[in-house]
Design a protein around this ligand. Structure first.
Ligand SMILES: Cc1cc2nc3c(=O)[nH]c(=O)nc-3n(C[C@H](O)[C@H](O)[C@H](O)COP(=O)(O)O)c2cc1C
Ligand SMILES: C=C(O[C@@H]1CC(C(=O)O)=C[C@@H](OP(=O)(O)O)[C@H]1O)C(=O)O
Length: 394
């Protein structure tokens, strides 16, 4: 089991997560987590709020002297903006001020359905929690999951493959390390230097026009054994769990696994990955002699990892708050108005690729924990190596 909950409002004092299921003995430092938080804050196209925040995690439980204890891990990221919101976001009734209520619901946000559902006449009571500020703490949880997976040679890499209609081309035959280096250097977190320039130009143009842009992110998982997830029950299928995790990111509207929607347009002979066997592979250190020459399945068959790289894509819609006004209706007066904005991201697809990496890592860590168990990391390692030994002989 690897589970977590998050809490916190965008302009409240802090974001909090409690993570349960990480085994004891796992090396974990705040600086590992902070590196991912910094990546999530960056990326070309972000707005004014990111100049206020410098996200840093504090580990408040579950870790002692740089190693996990096996007990719940509490993570906290403070909001620097809180000092400007203390009274407006106060938990105390004496600070109530109905004159600052927000009654103008913004299209594309949770504002109107949320206010109707929770019987609020102040949209702020919804938007504070629906904000993607929450993704900061999910990225912190993802860093814990990645520390666990890295211990077993599994890496998770997110990047941008499309932005504002510009598509990146994946360099042929590039290794995982090489691609990770390219992505880390890119202002839009992509591996194609030519597309990167065009993506940045597209963001500049959108900004000038008062518009916003969406795009597609890719997450790849390398080093996986065969056998995570299961075909036996719908909620154990790893493809379904990964899709739900990616869809849970604010503004994500579509998910593809491997060749995804393209498979619907092709005959079976052009879709399914043929199976081959070479016993030399095991001698070379691979976990099995079985392999495929193509990976249109994206590393999953029947909801089970098949030993190939997991490849998953998520489509992010353009940011819904625009400088170009969108028509809406005031919740109380029912008068029409045009929704405008004081500050917002123009494009957050690069940042969202870091979030996608995190949520995929969390789901894979959960499936890994289910398969190999272990209250301590050394127990997990024993179970893991015995399974790999078995796989090599299969
Ligand atoms: C990293 C990230 C940053 C975002 N920044 C903004 C923003 O600055 N302004 C905005 O209106 N929406 C932003 N969004 C999108 C909204 O949070 C999201 O569209 C909204 O909560 C409605 O949810 P839905 O689009 O999933 O239906 C961002 C999303 C992500 C993932
Ligand atoms: C704060 C973050 O993103 C925010 C996500 C967001 C939204 O509506 O989702 C709206 C903006 O917040 P604000 O209204 O405070 O400017 C973004 O800055 C963050 O990513 O850390």
């Amino acid at each position: 089991m690897f589970r977590y909950l998050t809490a916190g409002e965008s302009h409240g004092p802090q974001l909090t997560a409690i993570v349960e299921g990480a085994p004891s003995g796992l090396k974990l430092t705040e600086s590992d987590i902070n590196a991912d938080l910094a990546r999530r804050q960056g990326g070309y196209g972000r707005g004014g709020r990111m100049k206020i925040e410098t996200d840093r995690v504090r580990i408040l439980s579950g870790v002692r002297w740089g190693e996990t204890l096996g007990s719940p891990i509490t993570l906290v990221v403070e909001n620097s903006d809180w000092v400007n919101w203390e009274q407006r976001m106060s938990p105390y009734a004496e600070f109530r001020d109905d004159s600052i209520r927000v009654t103008r619901a913004r299209p594309g946000h949770a504002d109107l359905p949320g206010a109707m559902k929770y019987a609020h006449n102040d949209v702020r009571n919804i938007l504070e929690r629906s904000s993607a500020r929450e993704t900061a703490i999910r990225v912190a949880v993802g860093a814990v999951a990645k520390a666990y997976l890295n211990r077993f040679g599994i890496s998770v890499t997110g990047c941008v493959t499309e932005l504002g209609g510009v598509r990146a081309e994946r360099p042929a035959d590039a290794g995982v390390k090489e691609l990770q280096e390219k992505i880390a250097k890119s202002p839009v977190y992509t591996y194609d230097e030519k597309a990167e320039v065009e993506m940045m130009e597209a963001i500049d143009r959108a900004k000038e026009a008062g518009d916003t842009l969406g795009g597609v992110v890719e997450v790849r998982v390398n080093g996986l054994p065969v056998g995570l997830g299961s075909h036996v029950q719908w909620d154990r299928r790893l493809d379904a769990r990964l899709a739900a995790a990616v869809m849970s990111i604010q503004a994500f509207k579509g998910v593809e696994v491997g060749a995804g929607f393209e498979t619907a347009r092709l005959p079976g002979s052009k879709v399914h990955d043929e199976i081959f066997f070479d016993e030399q592979r095991v001698a070379r250190g691979e976990k099995t002699g079985f392999y495929r020459n193509t990976n249109r399945a994206g590393g999953l068959e029947g909801g089970i990892t098949n030993g190939e790289e997991i490849v998953i894509y998520g489509a992010m819609k353009p940011i819904p708050t625009l400088y170009t006004p969108l028509k809406s209706v005031d919740m109380l007066s029912k008068e029409p108005f045009e929704a405008t904005v004081e500050r917002s991201d123009c494009c957050a697809v690069p940042a969202a690729s870091v979030v996608a990496e995190a949520v995929v890592a969390i789901e894979i860590a959960g499936a890994f924990k289910e398969k190999f168990g272990g209250d301590s990391v050394s127990e997990t390692a024993r179970n893991y190596s015995s399974y790999i030994e078995y796989l090599r002989e299969f």
